[in-house]
Design a protein. Structure first.
Lengths: 258, 284, 599
């Protein structure tokens, strides 16, 4: 009898607690959706993924949100409408989709007058991600023509040839800088754009080691006054430079006295 | 004698006649327990709504879920009280035992055999009956904020973010700007007195929050308030469900500086201080 | 004595079991390493039938933790009880300590078995995560195995040497073994805690790209939440050990055949309850520190815990803690029935009960009320104009401090029940004690109310003042009491064993509630990582990545508690078969002074 009573008290207590926990609001903590693409991805999914990338991890808004550094893509520009409206007319003979894709794959190829080349490392993103960006931009006033087959082809290409290797073969510091689009954000002798800290006088401002870590791991330490741009410098420069190129750059920048 | 007698003694002389009448009636633990239970029910249901007016705040009924919660606590308490002393426990059980077995309590027993199943049937009926009222809402009013948001297309890190206007320009100016923005945009719902009783407030569920309440903006950092204003009802995370608030996403209508100045107005006007971020590396 | 030798054989077999298990795990873990080196990549996740991998690993970890907490908590007061026995020359305490240790011995293998189940579960169900963690923590895992080895052998020496090293200096040596046992146990816990706290709060320099080999061992080991968890668990283990010992005593009391047995287990239940409740009183402070560190580590993690999807968990926690306080106090009040002289305190219990109930009600008052549309309209929002005020931290801190003070008062009255002070300053002393209670209650209330009028950063500091006021009052009152009750006259001996059965069920509820609460807090601690294995470093990509709602969690927790209690019952039953405790009738007749030492 004692055993049954003890068992009853225990199970009863457990039952009451379980009941209370089930009677109150049940909130599950869902996992944020991971962007994943397959050949049967719908345009709407691509646009949504592109929107996320555009305003988030892609870092696009760092420049395209500023009127001076890059044309704004989401609003009217020069009376030509939003990017989805004007993309088809930018280069004759190229449809909207090709133009957007090409301009991302070759950032120096189509520079709008009055602007610096786009600081965009296509290799940071997967082929599928670039297509999602194209879809998002097309959706800004235009018709989305990116299809699942584009994405699938790009994904296959990515799988066949993983990204990597240097952007340029030269060991000349200026060539390296132009090739890697450093001057898209930093000023050197009147060349480049005033977005990040200037290269002029860099050697007298910070130590050589910090220049090196700044290239390899830009997020580690942000230059004073540039906090708002944290995360906009590509984190993969270490993969884009040969060891010799890196040292050439570091030596060159360290030598930029005031 | 029971807890009640002491309560009445505390209440003073005018109640003494009543107290002695009750004392004569409440002479067994069972009756006392029943009386205390009834008394606590009245206290919760009728007594608590009397408290807010004492502080100049409008009265409000106690939600049924909370009444139930308090009554369960009261019942547990009463059971503990009658059973923590051997003599009281057996006196308490006596009438229950009597009703169950004594021949002369046949009437009571019979009545209970009707009343108890009847009550359960009634409960079952009412809970199974279709109901037109909306289900109770379980929403969390202050859900966890994201670490960063995209404000008008730009990334904005909320974690550790301070109101930039507090360190730029004059506070009075920001206050004045915020004031005019508040009255142009917010007043219709949140009200003239910032008490959440604007013209449209009655129509909304959830109702607009009162900023005067010590539990709203006074508990939050300015960056949290910024997030809520910028993203409004549509930007609420799932804890804010099942029905999201009607608050618009103000990032579509106001600039960041305008929102920050409204925030300054809210805190200055209510006299609350925003919650501050803890200094990093601070040891306690 | 053939009987003893047979028992010894059986015990040695059982004794070597945990060590064998741990060594086997070590060997397997080492054997896996070269496989990985030969270009074989282990899969990320395994599958567990029916209940799924998450529930399987959850149950394994929770049960391992229950047993581990028990085998860490019990040696602490076994050693204290032995010391009291040595100092007071009261044989009862020595017997009690030995009986605790016997429970320990059998629970020890269960801990190791569940540890093995957990490790095999991790290897088979979460090989990716396991590989990652073992790469970072490899050295500490080897040390862990080594310490476990020493701990086991210290325990065997401690238990089997009990009767041999009984007298004089040898007894002190034996007591030293007990201390050593605690040191080993604590070291083992500290190491294991570092693994799990790393998953919660990895150092800031570790990012998703950091290879596990590049993680600095020490910064991963001594991470942000490591120390707070250590302290929190250390205290919680004592509470847990006390609660389980109390339940054990209650069970033996209920099934006792003789008055002597009843008296012994009544006394043992009292000691278990005393230890559990007195350690429980300090536990909120450790929990507060832990919460603070979590906030400081990551603001978002903190808000997820307190205000996010877990906000309702704290309402349930409040309910459970209220049950603990009520059950603990109730046990004392019922117990006053067997103390001559306690009648004079009986009228006060109902007022103490009232304070506890009001405290419980305040604590259980939700900030966001569950209300239907009409009620929300009537309230003008989801906050009740009066009850909403009770929903915030100021009110809850005040309530819990009042509950702690009340519980302490219960203990004080219980302790004083059968004593009559002989010192001349008895009246003054009691007045000072009363004043101390009043002052600390006033301080708690003052800061509780004042907290509504200051910014939250200041308010957070107030809870520290409240706590200090309560702790100071407790310490001062105890000091006064000890001096005041010196050589006190007895009003009659405590009639151990004359305890109504329902009081014993209070002990069961205490044990079940505490075990369940531990499971719930474990869910909270590991649930705030959400969809991360290692917070913001290693993402959970399994099918179970979402963190379940409280209802599901409560079912798993209840299942764990049920399994644990069934196993414990079995283990205690087996322990009872192996050795019948010898209870001498003379030792049981408690004198007033002996029970005073026990407090």
């Amino acid at each position: 009898m004692t055993n049954i009573k003890v068992l009853g008290v225990m199970i009863g207590t457990l039952a009451v607690y379980t009941w209370i926990a089930n009677a109150i609001p049940q909130i599950e903590s869902a996992v944020p959706e991971e962007v994943s693409f397959s050949a049967d991805v719908s345009p709407a999914e691509l646009v949504a993924a592109g929107a996320e990338l555009y305003s988030g991890g892609g870092g696009c808004t760092t420049c395209h949100g500023l009127e001076t550094r890059a044309p704004n893509l989401l609003t009217d520009y020069n009376g030509e409408g939003t990017i989805g409206q004007r993309c088809g007319t930018r280069v004759s003979g190229q449809d909207c989709k090709t133009y957007l894709h090409e301009s991302m794959m070759d950032p120096a190829g189509y520079v709008l007058e009055g602007f610096e080349p786009m600081v965009f490392q296509a290799r940071v993103l997967s082929g599928a991600q670039i297509w999602s960006l194209v879809a998002f931009l097309q959706d800004q006033g235009g018709v989305v023509t990116v299809s699942g087959s584009d994405v699938a082809t790009a994904a296959e290409a990515d799988a066949a040839a993983p990204a990597g290797g240097p952007m340029v073969a030269s060991n000349d510091p200026l060539e390296i800088m132009r090739g890697n689009l450093c001057l898209g954000c930093h000023m050197l002798d009147g060349e480049g754009a005033e977005l990040g800290p200037a290269f002029d006088g860099m050697g007298s401002r910070i130590a050589t080691d910090r220049i090196r870590t700044g290239i390899i791991d830009p997020a580690l330490e942000i230059a004073e006054g540039f906090d708002h741009l944290a995360g906009s410098m590509p984190p993969n420069l270490g993969d884009m430079l040969t060891a010799r190129q890196l040292e050439v750059l570091v030596d060159f920048l360290a030598g930029q006295g005031g | 004698m029971g807890a009640l007698k002491s309560v009445f003694r505390l209440l003073g002389t005018p109640f003494r006649p009543i107290s002695s009448v009750m004392a004569r009636f409440l002479n067994t633990p069972f009756r006392q327990a029943t009386a205390v239970l009834l008394f606590s029910y009245v206290l919760i249901e009728v007594g608590i709504p009397f408290i807010p007016p004492l502080f100049g705040v409008a009265s409000a009924p106690v939600p049924n879920t909370v009444v139930l919660e308090y009554l369960v606590i009261a019942i547990v308490g009463i059971l503990l009280w009658v059973s923590d002393n051997e003599q009281r426990w057996s006196e308490f059980k006596q009438p229950i035992h009597d009703v169950l077995v004594q021949p002369e309590r046949r009437m009571a027993r019979g009545a209970l055999l009707v009343i108890v199943p009847g009550f359960i049937a009634f409960q079952a009926y009412t809970s199974a009956q279709p109901d037109i009222s909306a289900p109770p809402s379980f929403r969390a009013i202050h859900p966890a904020p994201p670490t960063s948001i995209t404000f008008q297309g730009e990334q904005m890190v909320l974690d550790g973010l301070e109101n930039p206007l507090r360190s730029a320009g004059s506070l009075e100016e920001h206050y004045e700007v915020g004031k005019s923005i508040y009255y142009k945009n917010c007043m219709a719902c949140h009200g003239d007195g910032l008490q959440g009783r604007g013209h449209y407030a009655q129509a909304f569920n959830p109702a607009p929050l009162s900023f005067q309440d010590a539990g709203t903006i006074a508990m939050l950092t300015e960056s949290f308030v910024f997030w809520r204003i910028a993203k409004g009802g549509p930007g609420l995370p799932s804890e804010g469900a099942p029905w999201n608030s009607a608050m618009p996403a103000w990032e579509d209508f106001l600039t960041a500086d305008e929102i920050w100045s409204v925030i300054i107005f809210l805190y200055e006007q209510t006299g609350h201080d925003p919650r501050t971020w803890e200094l990093e590396g601070e040891e306690h | 004595m053939p009987k003893i030798s047979r028992r010894a054989e059986w015990s040695w077999l059982q004794a070597s079991l945990p060590v064998a298990i741990v060594v086997a795990i070590g060997l397997i873990a080492i054997a896996i390493e070269p496989l990985a080196a030969q270009g074989y990549t282990p899969r990320e996740y395994g599958d567990f039938p029916v209940i799924g991998s998450r529930a399987a690993i959850w149950i394994a970890a929770q049960l391992h933790l229950f047993f581990a907490a028990f085998v860490l908590g019990v040696p602490m007061f076994a050693v204290v009880a032995e010391a009291i026995g040595i100092f007071s020359s009261d044989d009862r305490y020595d017997k009690l300590a030995k009986e605790f240790t016997r429970l320990l011995l059998v629970s020890y293998s269960a801990t190791a078995i569940w540890g093995a189940i957990l490790v095999f579960g991790l290897i088979t169900l979460y090989p990716g995560l396991w590989g990652y963690l073992s790469e970072i923590f490899a050295p500490s895992m080897w040390v862990y195995v080594g310490i476990f080895f020493f701990e086991s052998f210290t325990l065997y020496l401690y238990y089997y040497g009990w009767d041999r090293w009984k007298k004089g200096r040898a007894k002190w040596g034996h007591w030293g073994l007990g201390i050593l046992l605690n040191l080993w146990g604590t070291a083992v816990m500290l190491i294991a805690n570092s693994w799990l706290t790393y998953m919660m709060s990895p150092p800031a320099e570790v990012t998703p790209d950091t290879a596990p080999g590049m993680v600095q061992f020490w910064s991963a080991f001594a991470n942000a939440t490591w120390m707070p968890i250590n302290i929190h668990r250390l205290i919680a283990n004592v509470v847990f050990g006390g609660a389980i010992v109390g339940a054990y005593a209650a069970y033996r009391f209920l099934s006792a055949k003789t008055d002597e047995e009843r008296a012994h287990y009544d006394w043992m239940g009292y000691i278990g309850n005393f230890i559990a409740i007195s350690a429980l009183i300090v536990l909120p402070f450790a929990g507060y520190w832990l919460g603070r560190e979590i906030y400081e580590f990551n603001q978002q993690m903190g808000t997820t815990m307190m205000g996010g999807f877990m906000s309702w968990l704290w309402v349930v926690q409040a309910f459970l803690i209220a049950v603990l306080f009520l059950a603990g106090n109730y046990y004392l009040w019922v117990g006053m029935g067997r103390i001559p002289g306690a009648e004079r305190f009986m009228p006060y219990t109902k007022w103490m009960l009232l304070v506890l109930l009001i405290g419980a009600a305040v604590w259980a008052t939700p900030r966001n009320m569950i209300a239907d549309r009409a009620e929300i309209t009537a309230m003008g929002g989801q906050f009740h104009p009066f009850l909403g005020v009770l929903g915030v931290m100021s009110a809850k801190n005040t309530a819990v401090n009042f509950m702690i003070l009340t519980t302490f008062l219960s203990f004080l009255l219980y302790r004083r029940a059968n004593k009559k002070a002989v010192v001349s300053w008895e009246k003054t002393g009691t007045t000072i004690q009363g004043a101390l209670f009043a002052v600390s209650a006033a301080v708690v209330l003052f800061y509780g109310i004042y907290g509504y009028f200051v910014p939250s950063i200041v308010r957070i500091g107030f809870s520290v003042y409240q706590v200090l006021a309560v702790i100071a009052a407790i310490i001062l009152v105890v000091v006064i009491d000890v001096f005041m009750m010196r050589g006190a006259e007895s009003r009659g001996e405590i009639r151990w064993g004359e305890m109504p059965e329902r009081s014993q069920y209070a002990l069961f509820i205490l044990a079940v509630t505490f075990t369940w609460l531990m499971g719930l807090m474990g869910f909270a601690r590991s649930g705030i990582r959400q969809h991360w294995h290692v917070f913001e470093v290693i993402r959970d990509t399994s099918v179970d990545a979402a963190t379940p709602a409280l209802g599901y969690a409560s079912i798993v927790i209840s299942a764990c508690v049920l399994i644990f209690l069934s196993l414990v019952t079995f283990i205690f039953w087996v322990g009872g078969l192996a050795e019948k405790p010898v209870i001498s009738g003379t030792a049981v007749g408690a004198t007033a002074s002996a029970s005073a030492d026990g407090d």
